[in-house]
Ligand binder design. Structure first.
Ligand code: MG
Length: 218
């Protein structure tokens, strides 16, 4: 059984500029709307390291050039935090994402729900705006089910959720079971490595994903 949503966890839709009487589509940023691994890899390279996309992981993929042991996880975390503090506005949008969301906006309210440090808010918001993406944004942390439950309970419309990570999709299945869920993995190198689950449809093409979301909220 799902826990009752904790209202203090989720901001009101009103405060985000979103209507309660339309469907609500909640969308992740990294590896869904934006090519995080590509951007973070470039940042890591500037710092003299290499990001090898060899497994579906982050810090375990950072190496010294030619090295065979991944960088210390604490050092990796420092790079990650610095990327979000200063450079997360530089990533490329996922192909087709902005177009699909512009179409969806005719049918639904769109909310961007990104697990990222709070310091990233201005850069991430500016990035959304610059690429013609919807701008209602929440930066969060941890499994996304509880906050999603707190958001979807406020709308009278149908709801959908998109993320690349199975733990977030499972968390939403548990806490907001009536919300349609879709997995999308934007990075071509990550696609064969990313775990999938029969519980959530996996759609890596944004044009197809947009249509599936549209059907789910109709
Ligand atoms: Mg993500």
């Amino acid at each position: 059984m799902s826990e009752s949503p904790n209202p203090s966890l989720a901001p009101t839709l009103e405060s985000l500029g979103l209507a309660r009487d339309r469907p609500l589509v909640i969308v992740d940023v990294d590896e869904v709307l934006g090519l995080f691994m590509l951007g973070f890899g470039a940042f890591v390279a500037e710092h003299g390291y290499e990001l090898r996309v060899e497994r579906f992981a982050l810090f375990q993929n950072i190496y010294r050039p030619g090295g065979s042991e991944h960088l210390d996880l604490v050092e990796g975390r420092k790079l990650f935090d610095e990327f979000f503090r200063s450079r997360c506005g530089d990533i490329e949008p996922a192909p087709g994402a902005a177009q699909a969301l512009r179409r969806l906006q005719h049918q639904a309210e769109i909310l961007i729900l990104s697990n990222a440090p709070a310091e990233a808010k201005a850069l991430r918001g500016g990035w959304l705006k610059r690429h013609g993406l919807p701008q209602a944004l929440i930066l969060s942390s941890g499994p996304k089910g509880p906050i999603t439950a707190g958001l979807v309970t406020q709308t009278m419309g149908r709801t959908a959720f998109v993320d690349d990570l199975i733990p977030n999709l499972d968390s939403v299945a548990e806490h907001a079971p009536n919300t349609a869920r879709f997995q999308h993995v934007a990075d071509l190198r990550l696609r064969p490595l990313a775990p999938r689950s029969s519980r959530h449809p996996r759609i890596d093409d944004w044009a197809d994903l947009g249509e599936a979301i549209e059907a789910s909220i109709r």
